[in-house]
Design a protein around this ligand. Sequence first.
Ligand SMILES: [Zn+2]
Length: 160
Amino acid sequence: MTKVRKKIVSISERYHYVFHLALGLVVFGISYDDTSKRISLLYICLVASIIPDFDHFFYYYLYGSKTEYAKIIKQYLRSRQIRAYLSFCKSNHKSLTGLYSHNLLTPLLAFFVYSFLWNRNNIMLSAFFLSFALHFLFDMFEDFVSLGKLNPNWFLKFNR
Ligand SMILES: [Zn+2]
């Protein structure tokens, strides 16, 4: 890996959620008009930009609970080692290829719903779906930068 790419990977790992939230802010910026309720719209954009990662908890406690990754995470959470949990996630989340929501169909569908709602002037819900979709685009961008390719989960091949 080149020096520049290493730097980008480390910045993107450190500020992963800052980038997600920033994309939510961008959606807020392009969606906002005089008719929308500013605070609600902002809240919707920020929440939708990180909501896809709630799937991690479904993975840890439901459909991926038997995996080594989930066992390690649950051990950290049980013993309230939040720092260890966060640092483990930071350095290992690219090896987690089992999140069902993180596949190409989810952002595609979300973009479709977004454009449908946008055309019907439903600012709030369309902003939700655009922020939601952009979350996955950023995760894919991160895959490209740190792995040079997309992880198999994007192609519906999980845990490989
Ligand atoms: Zn994600």
